[in-house]
Write a protein that binds this ligand. Structure first.
Ligand SMILES: [Zn+2]
Length: 466
């Protein structure tokens, strides 16, 4: 049999009704793979439909533009040129006329091109949205392959276009971010007291990771740091954020906006948990007067676990050394858990002396000594952020950013460090992080709705059905 698809367009003006054939299919004996449409046919069908719809829309628009809206006099043609407009259903060439302005009103120019001025971005917002969304989830190359496979526009899209569009969307997001401030605390204590009682505390975990740099000049700058964080309300609603600290000029504003969108109030208690790096600490200060900063127990205990492994590796003949080292590490952990930094540091000194004086010996003793020394510096540097973890834990408070580990994995690892050969510019990584976090927070669609008010328009039928 033969299937012919026709479109009927009913125009509102004198252009009247138009019937246009857009596709034809043939079907022989029924086979499973030929029941219904194939993807190729569907792409052709959609492409044809799109061309017809666009053509009619442009015809109607040109009709409206052909005369002066004030005095109804015909505008004179100065010429025309072709513009290319890309939609998810195909690349369409449009004739864009240049018209003389009517003389009834003073005009800054003699002529203008209404269509070219209307379609400033030569790509449909929906295509920009899809490109941005998928490129934030998978690589530019893989996004391209996906589009190639399923969309009529696919063959016209390449990875660098997707990258450019994605980064442009990110730049637009960046341009909307308010100014950086040293201090984000608004009002004074009296104002805060008058605020309604806030909800339960917010918990914000901040962590970092590294990605390979493609801008390396020497051996030293082969990687750069990316800061990733997650803020979580008491009900467990979370949002993530990310930034490249050596590129970002507004890190505090960025985090502040995320917290604000989570409903943060100035009288609300916030707990920041981090691994205590300088950049991270600097970032979280001055965002909220009620903020409490804690060294993340997760990272403390991770370091202790590593040293435990080393102690276990002291060697079979060194059972006394091993027992002693493990016992001392256990006691260091116990003191830290209870926030007794003073005693913990004394225990660290003691173990270090044992290792140096070869009271404790064995295969991995030197490695353990070096690691212990680093741990000592780490605890010393962060001592003012070490609380009584045990007490907080019993009170049901969050003391560990294990929940941020998943964010690091989600925001960073899966897109930025998945493959060894992936390397990034600071700008490229930072901008991509902005769209990626928007997508993960389910905010990108909202943004496009804001940028393009007709973006989410349903047809009247759909609206009625809903
Ligand atoms: Zn006029």
């Amino acid at each position: 049999m033969k299937i012919r698809v026709q479109v009927i367009v009913e125009s509102d003006n004198e252009l009247g009704e138009i019937v246009q054939e857009i596709a034809q299919f043939e079907r022989g004996q029924l086979r499973p793979e030929q029941l219904g449409l194939t993807l190729t046919e569907a792409k052709g069908l959609l492409g044809g439909l799109q061309r017809t719809v666009v053509e009619r829309q442009i015809a109607e628009y040109s009709k409206q533009q052909s005369s002066c809206p004030l005095c109804d006099k015909q505008r004179l043609h100065k010429g025309a040129h072709t513009i290319v407009f890309r939609t998810i259903f195909g690349k369409i060439e449009l004739s864009s006329p240049r018209l003389f302005h009517c003389q009834c009103q003073p005009q800054p120019t003699r002529s203008f091109s209404p269509l070219a001025e209307l379609l400033v971005e030569r790509t449909a917002p929906e295509l920009l949205y899809l490109e941005t969304k998928f490129a934030s989830l998978v690589s530019y190359g893989l996004s391209m392959k996906l589009f190639e496979e399923v969309l009529p526009i696919g063959a016209e899209i390449n990875a660098s276009t997707i990258r450019n569009h994605t980064l442009a969307a990110a730049e637009r997001l960046e341009s909307e971010l308010g100014d950086e401030q040293a201090f984000f605390i608004e009002g004074c204590e009296r104002d805060w007291e008058e605020l309604p009682r806030p909800d339960m505390p917010l918990t914000v975990g901040i962590d970092g990771g590294y990605v390979d740099s493609c801008e390396r000049k020497g051996k030293k700058d082969g990687r750069f740091e990316v800061i990733v964080g997650k803020s979580m309300t008491a009900e467990g609603k979370s949002k993530c954020f990310g930034l490249v600290n050596s590129y970002d000029t507004k890190p505090k504003r960025r985090v502040f906006e995320v917290l604000k969108s989570q409903g943060m109030r100035m009288n609300q208690q916030i707990t920041f948990l981090s691994d205590g790096g300088d950049t991270v600490r600097e970032l979280q200060l001055y965002l909220n007067p009620q903020a409490e900063h804690l060294l993340d127990w997760f990272h403390v205990s991770m370091r202790l676990t590593v040293m435990n492994q080393m102690a276990k590796g002291l060697g079979a003949e060194e059972s006394e050394s091993r027992e002693s080292a493990l016992k001392q590490l256990e006691s260091i952990k116990w003191y830290l858990w209870h926030g007794n930094v003073f005693k913990a540091l004394r225990r660290i000194d003691h173990l270090e002396a044992d290792l140096e004086g070869e009271v404790i010996t064995g295969e991995s003793s030197e490695k353990l000594r070096v690691t212990l020394q680093e741990f000592q510096t780490y605890i010393e540097n962060n001592q003012q952020w070490i609380p009584n973890y045990g007490e907080l834990w019993r009170a049901g408070e969050t003391i560990s950013t294990a929940f941020v580990e998943s964010a690091v994995d989600q925001v960073l690892s899966k897109r930025f460090v998945k493959k060894q050969q992936m390397s990034w510019s600071r700008r490229g990584a930072h901008l991509l992080l902005q769209v990626r976090t928007r997508v993960l927070n389910e905010e990108l669609r909202e943004k496009f709705d804001e940028w393009y008010p007709g973006f989410n328009a349903k047809s009247e039928d759909q609206a009625r059905a809903a």
